[in-house]
Design a protein around this ligand. Structure first.
Ligand SMILES: NC(=O)c1ccc[n+]([C@@H]2O[C@H](COP(=O)([O-])OP(=O)(O)OC[C@H]3O[C@@H](n4cnc5c(N)ncnc54)[C@H](O)[C@@H]3O)[C@@H](O)[C@H]2O)c1
Length: 315
């Protein structure tokens, strides 16, 4: 492990020059776009991908190696990691791959995942478990492995300028019909992000989350019209590459001064900082309510509260 501090200054070879970045699920889609964008800003990249199908079923692909080739062809540095990030072995070996290849880890982008969409009444227990596992556990385990590495660095007197970017979804923010498992996992990632930001700041680690939207194999069939690329050469709003610039900035040393514990929606040319749960209208009568009285109070509060955003897909 080197004891040098990663270069954080903009303009000395890119926003992420000298940084080592691990991106999970970077063999295709958004993760691939993030990996290429980090490399273009001077980062050395660990490209993780297990190479599974859209539903998580084993597939013969090794897409991580292809992205490494793309980065090297463009003059960058990258290594492939083919482990399952939802296992402690895969998470630990992801961090080890960064340290072995490049001597350090500065940024972790948790992105890997897959879908098993069903209405709740038809959702098999295995489809619940698989989606919770890959998204929620698949964020927790790499985060914990990286956090242990960074805490050890901080205790050795080398406080890192470390960054984590987690991947939630509009489904986690508002809910999405037919995606009860995915919405619960993506909402869980928001809670994990808040706790990680609060716990890890003392070790020089900042943790944020994005809720992206882009054309990938996850969305191109279900939302074919919205996701389609324009044929006239106009701005390709739903290209995954449009999400990556904010991810690169959040993963860089430039995102300093308390940029942590925040959630951004990002798609096309739009970046929105999400403002989360906060108390709305409240009443306190300083003694116990009857059920009927609590109901009257709740109706009054609801009449004065803001209407929540609609659940995606709700009629
Ligand atoms: N595409 C969108 O509009 C959209 C919207 C909201 C959230 N997201 C989230 O963005 C992330 C990336 O999605 P995408 O659209 O690029 O999908 P994608 O299917 O193109 O890419 C996901 C990648 O993750 C890999 N993967 C799956 N399980 C893995 C595991 N256990 N270990 C390592 N790699 C694994 C897959 O092989 C795949 O290459 C996901 O977390 C997804 O939920 C995407």
């Amino acid at each position: 492990m080197t004891d040098s501090v990663a270069t954080d200054a903009v303009g000395s070879g890119g926003l992420c020059a000298g940084r080592v970045v691990a991106v999970t699920g970077a063999g295709r889609g958004l993760g691939r776009a993030h990996a290429l964008a980090f490399a273009a800003e001077g980062a050395k990249v660990v490209v993780n991908d297990l190479g599974v199908g859209l539903d998580g079923a084993p597939a013969p692909d090794s897409p991580a190696a292809l992205v490494v080739e793309e980065i090297r062809a463009a003059g960058g540095e990258a290594v492939a990691h083919g482990g399952d990030i939802a296992t402690s072995e895969g998470a630990a070996s992801l961090v080890a791959a960064a340290v072995d290849a490049f001597g350090r880890l500065d940024t972790l982008v948790n992105n890997a995942g897959f879908l098993r969409d069903r209405m709740l009444v038809n959702l098999a227990e295995d489809d619940w478990d698989a989606v919770m596992r890959v998204h929620l556990k698949g964020h927790f385990l790499p985060l914990q492995a990286a956090a242990a590495h960074w805490r050890a660095e901080a205790k050795a007197g080398r406080t890192p300028v470390a960054r984590v970017v987690n991947t939630s979804s509009g489904a986690g923010l508002l809910g999405s019909v037919g995606q009860g498992n995915y919405s619960a996992a993506k909402a869980g990632i928001l809670g994990l992000t808040l706790v990680a930001a609060a716990e890890m700041g003392r070790y020089g680690v900042q943790v944020n989350a994005i809720a992206p939207a882009a054309r990938t194999r996850m969305t191109e069939a279900t939302f074919a019209d919205t996701m389609a690329a324009p044929e006239d050469g106009a701005f390709d709003a739903m290209a995954p590459e449009n999400v990556s610039p904010l991810v690169v900035w959040l993963g860089s040393g430039a995102a300093s001064d308390g940029v942590t514990g925040r959630v951004f929606e990002v798609e096309a040319g739009r970046i929105t900082v999400m403002e989360g749960w906060r108390p709305g209208p409240t009443v306190d009568k300083a003694e116990r309510w009857t059920p009927a009285g609590a109901g009257d109070a709740a109706r009054d509060l609801l009449a004065r509260a803001e209407t929540p955003g609609a659940v995606y897909g709700a009629s």
